[in-house]
Design a protein around this ligand. Sequence first.
Ligand code: GTP
Ligand code: MG
Length: 313
Amino acid sequence: MGILDTLGFSKLKEGLAKTREGLVGTVTRILTGAPKIDEDLLERLEESLIGADVGAGVAGEIMKGLRRRLKDTPPADVSGVLPLLQLEVTSQLAGSGPASADPFALPPARPYVILVVGINGVGKTTTIGKLARRYVAAGNKVLIAAADTFRAAAGEQLEIWAKRAGADIVIQKQGADPAAVAFDAVAAATARKTDVVIIDTAGRLHTRVNLMEELKKIGRVIAKQYPAAPHEVLLVLDASTGQNGLQQAKLFSAASGVTGIVLTKLDGTAKGGIVLAIARDMQLPVRYIGVGEGVDDLQPFSPADFTEALFQA
Ligand SMILES: Nc1nc2c(ncn2[C@@H]2O[C@H](COP(=O)(O)OP(=O)(O)OP(=O)(O)O)[C@@H](O)[C@H]2O)c(=O)[nH]1
Ligand SMILES: [Mg+2]
């Protein structure tokens, strides 16, 4: 059912260790001590889900689904609750995953334009480097646009990633108009028959309003030249910020029509339950997850792999 290979799966399991302890560890302890499946047990399960950054709304939905499953296929004893919970969590995540069935293949449009947004420090540039490398490895011609012209070192950092990935880069001097950089990149990609353009953006400007206005402008300017673009707007969120990620998702969705989420830094946080809150509350697919700083630590998100890694001791 999953899409990860053995190495990827063990990396995911390792990255989810703290979330597993916080979420499934607590659930398992509650189940182990319980004599029977009753209302008291179900309430304690719901509380433990809320405590693991799943969010109250989604925890309620999971419990509703779990109650239905308990009624439809009653387990012989309390130990049968955990597999049903895993099934329910998997089904809550349905719809998440990469935009193509083949996780690092590109949908047909050429050039395929991906705009990457998110607040400062969440891992946008790193994610772009990792994605670029995967697309190059799959035989694509990749162009990265350095539209974060605000932060001094942003361009250099992106150049290093582009070189490492074997991707081209369009870069202008600090302070240049980000929308112009994006426009030039899309024009160059069209002329050079590039397969994919990935646009890096600033995470911080003088004010948040400025940032949102700038993202709107980038989107407008690209669409004027190439109406179907950007084909994907990826919002990068840092998993360790937990429920705060939901606020960011609302803010960026309103400004830039987010189409998918990349959840970074799942390694080392206990707040991995936020995946559920994002996928359900925001109705946005989680496309990729970051489980480390290395170039191979960006994984396509798979609900089946994720829950298996989470629920397996
Ligand atoms: N552990 C871990 N670290 C990550 C992951 N993704 C990114 N990082 C680290 O997070 C830090 C910030 O990453 P950047 O890619 O520079 O973040 P950014 O969003 O581009 O930041 P700004 O350009 O300042 O807005 C770096 O030290 C990355 O190595 C991840 O999945 N796991
Ligand atoms: Mg950056």
